[in-house]
Design a protein around this ligand. Structure first.
Ligand code: IVH
Length: 695
């Protein structure tokens, strides 16, 4: 750039022009990645910030807004991302069955839970598991008002505009129709439509989709509904969500009612009352699967009676009354080029096989997990081996076996490293543990990085504009050393010689947007806060249980410190929380024993305030908040059903009697717990008294 008087006359025009060129190129690149590749490179917030800056620049320098500017292009729909939608009835996932044994265990489990004998028959509906993406359609007074993706099961994305064009999604439903009717099902693309779509994409020089499911997902995620409308999307209904009046009292009845209302239903379909008949159906569908119009990845079995579904309820994120019976995994043979070791958040060393790329069931696979040291030994996997790889659904590809007789003479057994490949610290394997772990702790760069990535992930802090890539960039730049530093970024930036707004790819708007987004997360839900800490074994469900049990950060923290003494009440309380076993208890205690973790918590809570947490519970239940213990043989229901019911009414069910127990429900032949309760003055109820109480 020369410094002619013209430059001065325009005052900064050349700078603006450079910036304009940079922003235009970035936006064009992102548009391409988003619209053509269905593979966005940045999140919507980062993209929006780029566009906002470009618009602001063109306002100051209108001459830059020529017809080539991305702001002038038709077709680049205004991007605001999708609105969030809360599911009043959560959209859950399904447990899996892989064998006949799993299926009969599923049925037996139901019989046990409902306290039925093995001879008592239960009708089970079987229908294909469509390999697409789930969608909830909300009808009010018979009109389609909203369509949402599943998202995390509780919050999804509003895709109404894209769904309206799907041919088998009715816009209006015939009367009579409940005021609110939420129809759930799967958006998918038929195999023949998929082939035609890919052919057209190829001719246009556009992205080829790996499989119908990816194509469907990519098409629904278009911000421009005209693009979705041009894609051959279809919809199969399979269940109801929120409804103001029941359509039927069976799953089978719901299917018929939905058909009458104009929905398409997946076939083949049947109602069976024993696992032999179910298996015969499974085998028939499995054989005919290749000839079906659309991809299915298994069969879903659901208890037909809705009253029984209601009694069976849910465990974690899946219903007890349904299961997905998966088809066997797809396999292929390839070779192992090398074995790499990845270091996880908690230091575990995971071996990963780098493979000669191979297509397995329509997807190119070049990596497979080898799980751990023992797995490699057990299967005698070596570099250079010919191996069978398999993938099933979304799971990480696995190595099934190798072919020792095909080995070269110089093939050598794999020797697992005893030092961390990243930081060089000793990697040790504690007794009873499958994983070897790096002992470098937070001096190990890999662990620090993984911890940061976990902290900003979707189910943890989920800060708009601060994805994995950017947080790692800040880490490399020395701006962030631990997750708490995220909250000092704005302050650091103020005094920095290279403030964000002057860096390539950034501007004032995007920098301010990021700081706003970070600030908005300084108040955070307690379960997210706990989960974000990345404590070994503490996933989302456990974090929620801990939050529900302790209610506040300070109560949780002091309880965890106190639990280090295994004689303490705090220890008893922790280990008694349903779903938290002895191993997890140990990991929690260990975490709080490390002084650097406490220092970190202190630093973090200088900036962020975890909100107090009250587990959602039915307000008017006479047992909400009460601590209940069941003992002895119950007659009216199984122990599991009793427990699930009590919990759904807001009670806390524990395994042993303590000072905190409110009720002991004693069935026949109650033993030591009854004695202990009587001694401690705990109120003892018979099964009938308990039923009367919760009625
Ligand atoms: S019933 C409480 N029926 O599978 C969950 N789901 O792995 C009830 N799916 O998210 C789901 N075909 O998107 C049901 N015939 C079918 C299905 C089906 C596909 C999907 C659904 C769900 C996922 C669970």
């Amino acid at each position: 750039m020369n410094n002619s008087p013209v430059d001065d006359m325009f005052g900064g025009f050349h700078d603006a022009k450079d910036r304009h060129k940079f922003l235009s190129a970035e936006i064009t690149k992102h548009d391409h990645a988003y619209y053509n590749d269905d593979a966005p490179l940045v999140d919507d917030a980062a993209y929006d910030a780029l566009r906002a800056e470009l618009l602001a620049l063109e306002k100051d320098y209108p001459e830059l807004a020529d017809k080539n500017s991305p702001t002038q292009k038709v077709g680049a729909a205004p991007k605001s991302g999708f609105q969030k939608v809360k599911h009043n009835v959560p959209m859950l996932s399904l447990g899996n069955a892989f064998s006949e044994d799993d299926v009969s265990e599923f049925i037996k489990r139901i019989q046990r839970f409902l306290n039925l004998g093995e001879g008592d028959k239960i009708d089970i509906v079987a229908e294909p598991k469509i390999d697409g993406l789930s969608c909830a359609l909300r009808y009010e007074s018979g009109k389609l008002v909203q369509a949402a993706t599943r998202g995390d099961g509780e919050i999804g994305e509003d895709i109404t505009a894209n769904v309206r064009s799907i041919i088998d999604v009715p816009e209006t439903l015939p009367a009579p129709c409940p005021d609110v009717l939420e129809v759930r099902g799967e958006i998918y693309i038929r195999k023949d439509d998929f082939a035609a779509l890919n052919k057209a994409q190829e001719e246009k020089g556009q992205k080829i989709f790996a499989n119908p499911r990816n194509a469907a997902a990519g098409s629904v995620r278009q911000l421009d509904p005209t693009i979705s409308a041009a894609r051959p999307l279809r919809f199969y209904a399979y269940a109801l969500g929120e409804t103001s009046a029941p359509l039927s009292d069976t799953q089978d009845g719901i299917r018929r009612a939905l058909k009458d209302k104009g929905f398409s239903l997946p076939k083949p379909y049947g109602v069976f009352d024993n696992s032999k008949a179910i298996m015969a159906h499974y085998d028939a569908v499995s054989t005919g699967r290749a000839q079906m119009d659309y991809d299915i990845d298994g069969i879903v079995y659901k208890v037909n009676r809705l009253d029984l579904q209601e009694r069976l309820g849910f465990v974690a994120r899946a219903p007890r009354w349904a299961i997905a019976h998966k088809f066997p995994a797809e396999q292929a043979i390839t070779t192992i080029e090398s074995i790499d070791i990845q270091v996880g958040r908690t230091g575990s060393l995971t071996p990963v096989a780098r493979l000669t790329p191979i297509t397995v069931g329509g997807v190119v696979v070049s990596n497979a997990t080898l799980h751990n040291e023992d797995e490699i030994k057990r299967k005698d996997i070596r570099v250079g081996d010919h191996v069978v790889v398999q993938r099933a659904g979304d799971v990480i590809p696995q190595i099934v076996k190798s072919f020792p007789d095909k080995r070269d003479d110089d093939s050598a057994e794999y020797s697992f490293p005893t030092t961390c490949p990243v930081c060089g610290a000793h990697a040790v394997r504690e007794e009873g543990e499958a994983a070897r772990r790096c002992t470098g702790g937070l001096t190990c760069k890999a662990q620090v990085i993984e911890r940061l990535k976990h902290f900003v992930s979707k189910n943890a802090y989920d800060i708009d504009g601060l994805g994995e890539k950017i947080v790692l960039q800040f880490f490399e730049d020395g701006l962030i050393k631990d997750p708490a530093d995220i909250f000092t970024l704005e302050e650091q930036d103020k005094g920095s010689l290279t403030p964000l707004r002057n860096r390539e790819g950034w501007g004032s708007t995007s920098a301010n947007k990021l700081f706003d987004a970070i600030r908005s997360k300084t108040s955070i839900e307690l379960p997210r806060f706990i989960y974000a800490l990345g404590i070994r074994q503490v996933g989302q469900a456990t974090a929620k249980m801990l939050a529900a049990n302790y209610g506040s950060y300070s109560a949780w923290r002091s309880a965890m410190l106190a639990a280090a003494d295994i004689e303490s009440d705090a220890y008893q309380e922790l280990i008694n929380i349903d779903g938290i076993g002895a191993l997890m208890t140990q990991d929690l205690i260990e975490f709080f024993k490390e002084s650097h973790n406490l220092t970190f918590l202190d630093k973090l809570t200088q900036y962020v305030t975890p909100q107090d947490y009250a587990a959602p519970q039915s307000q008017d239940s006479p047992v909400s908040g009460k601590v209940v213990v069941f003992t002895g043989t119950l007659e009216k229901f199984s122990r599991s059903e009793a427990k699930a019911k009590a919990e759904s009414l807001g009670a806390k069910v524990t395994g042993s009697v303590s000072k905190k127990t409110d009720y002991l429900v004693a069935g026949a032949d109650a033993g030591s717990k009854l004695k202990k309760a009587q001694e401690a003055g705990v109120k003892v109820l018979s099964e009938d008294e308990w039923l009367a109480l919760i009625k």
